[in-house]
Design a protein around this ligand. Structure first.
Ligand code: CMP
Length: 504
């Protein structure tokens, strides 16, 4: 017995010595080659090594013939070998496989590391004289207990391995677990036990691999990051579907993050007790911005409906009884007139007009709402309306072939635009986009014609503004391809053109 003990101890001593030298050398090498942030990985092996040193020091106080000495020696060996195993793994992972280790899935690295620890444990038990194979084969109870307790863990490991082999998702993919929107997010890590998902709410969700393998999983990043989104809009029965389709499509096309190819589409989805339900479909490539994009789409549709005088039916059974008496109508009309009159009063060249003419003009115009980022006027379109900004800001942008559209100017309350096409009949010379929500007073050609006919002097004032703006546009748009004599913006040429256009 004593002989056996001395053989065991001498084997452990030589392994201890080997482990000590190995750990020391590896710690030195890794300290030198690991970059600063990765050095924290050396903490665990260092703690194990410190444990080894403490246990070894304690052994100096214990007699070699005792069982306590054997236990202490085995513990010291286990600690130094674990430290050595971890350091060797780090060296191989970070140095030898430097070029491609980052491509190796984390789950494989975890499993290799786990195997290293198991081998270390077996070597230590072996050197302590424990016959592992006989324990495992003879003790059915032990085998059963180990098997049962590892059932879940092994299930997760194998599920993780099969997920890695099939690759239904990868790190950074956007997934939705079990068709539950609150369980959607980006994959952060797939390890030997579980998959970590960072949800929309910024919460880290840890789903065991075994559970993940059993539920349906939507990957929104594969095969391409392009996903189709749907929103539903109701319109009253009285409005023709073709009109709703046109408004919805124009609204969707104006949202910058909605893809133009494949373009948006609208389907008349169903008739219900509240009206006609329209299914609006569009594609976007930034899944994480889906709510903002859907919100922008609904905003645009709301403004489009509002301009077309379409009301969204209430999805409730509340009965609205509206009393229309003549006095109410008159009050609303007067408020509208006041607003229009106030807007007209802010425009420089209209200050020439008499109070009576302004009031007459105010009764012939409409107020229109545009939402932020909506295109109000598109360069190259036909147009015969003048817009006066009652509130909000717009920007004027001019495009020329092959160059990104350049911003020319921003206009705020009291400023006007759209006068060039209205006055001369030319195509819209620039694009005007709402920078904020805008309330616009819109003056049509017919209303303006009446004003021009009664106040001929106004043409001169307008031609002055026109000339300045055209000059500015020319600077941003040097090569329009249009003959300069045709584009001429000398005051006389403009006055002549306005007179001809309005048959004055
Ligand atoms: P119109 O050509 O009808 O449509 C585009 C409008 O942008 C144009 O009328 C002007 O009202 C406006 N616009 C173009 N250039 C300028 C500018 N330099 N300053 C202010 N408004 C401009």
């Amino acid at each position: 017995m004593e002989e056996l003990l001395s053989v065991v101890l001498s084997t452990q001593h030589s392994l201890n010595g080997f482990g000590f030298v190995g750990v020391f050398t590896l710690l030195g090498v890794l300290q030198l080659i690991l970059p600063e942030p990765d050095r924290k990985l050396l903490r665990v092996p260092l703690v194990l090594f410190a444990g080894y040193m403490i246990v070894s020091a304690g052994l100096l106080l214990v007699s070699k013939e005792t069982n306590i000495y054997l236990l202490g020696s085995s513990t010291a060996l286990l600690l130094v070998l674990l430290s050595f195993g971890r350091l060797s793994f780090l060296l191989v992972q970070r140095v030898a496989l430097r070029t491609w280790w980052s491509a190796v899935p984390k789950i494989f690295l975890d499993i290799i590391q786990g195997l290293v620890y198991v081998v270390v444990l077996m070597v230590t038990l072996r050197t302590a004289g424990v016959e592992l194979d006989s324990i495992l084969t003879t003790s059915a109870v032990l085998t059963g207990v180990i098997g049962l307790s590892l059932q879940e863990t092994l299930g997760n490991i194998f599920a993780g391995l099969s997920l890695q082999a099939q690759r239904p998702f990868e790190i950074d993919d956007w997934v939705e677990v079990d068709q539950r929107p609150n369980l959607s997010g980006t994959i952060v890590e797939i390890n030997w036990r579980a998959t970590r998902i960072l949800t929309d709410d910024g919460i880290e969700l840890v789903v065991p691999n075994g559970a993940l393998a059993k539920v349906p999983l939507h990957n929104h990043t594969k095969p391409t990051p392009r996903t189709r989104r749907s929103i539903y809009v109701r319109a009253p029965f009285e409005v023709p579907p073709s009109q709703v389709h046109l408004i919805v499509l124009a609204a969707l096309q104006d949202v910058s993050k909605i893809l133009s190819v494949p373009g948006p589409s609208v389907v008349t989805h169903k008739f219900d007790e509240y009206g006609v339900l329209y299914w609006c479909r569009f594609y976007c490539e930034t899944f994480h911005e889906r709510w903002d994009i859907e919100s922008a789409a609904r905003d645009r549709i709301w403004y489009g409906f509002r301009r077309a005088g379409i009301s969204i039916p209430y999805p409730t059974r509340v009965t609205h009884i509206q009393k229309h008496d003549a006095a109410d109508g008159e009050l609303a009309k007067q408020a509208h007139m006041r607003k229009c009159r106030q807007a007209l009063g802010q425009v420089d060249f209209l200050k020439l007009l008499s109070e009576e003419t302004l009031a007459q003009l105010a009764s012939n115009i409409e107020i229109r709402l545009h939402g932020r980022d909506e295109t109000i006027i598109r360069q190259g379109d036909v147009g015969d309306e003048l817009f006066i900004l009652h509130s909000g800001w717009v920007l004027v942008r001019v495009a020329r072939a092959g160059v990104r559209a350049a911003e020319v100017v921003r206009l705020g309350p009291g400023r006007f635009f759209g006068e060039m096409s209205l006055m001369t009949g030319e195509l819209r010379s620039a694009t005007v986009v709402a920078v904020t929500d805008c309330e616009l007073v819109v003056v049509g050609k017919a209303a303006f014609q009446e004003v021009l006919q009664s106040h001929a002097g106004i043409v001169e004032r307008i031609s002055h503004v026109l000339g300045e703006r055209k000059g500015e546009l020319e600077r941003h748009k040097p090569s329009t391809g249009i003959d300069s004599s045709q584009r001429g913006h000398g005051k006389e040429v403009l006055i002549e053109r306005i007179r001809r256009f309005f048959a004055l």
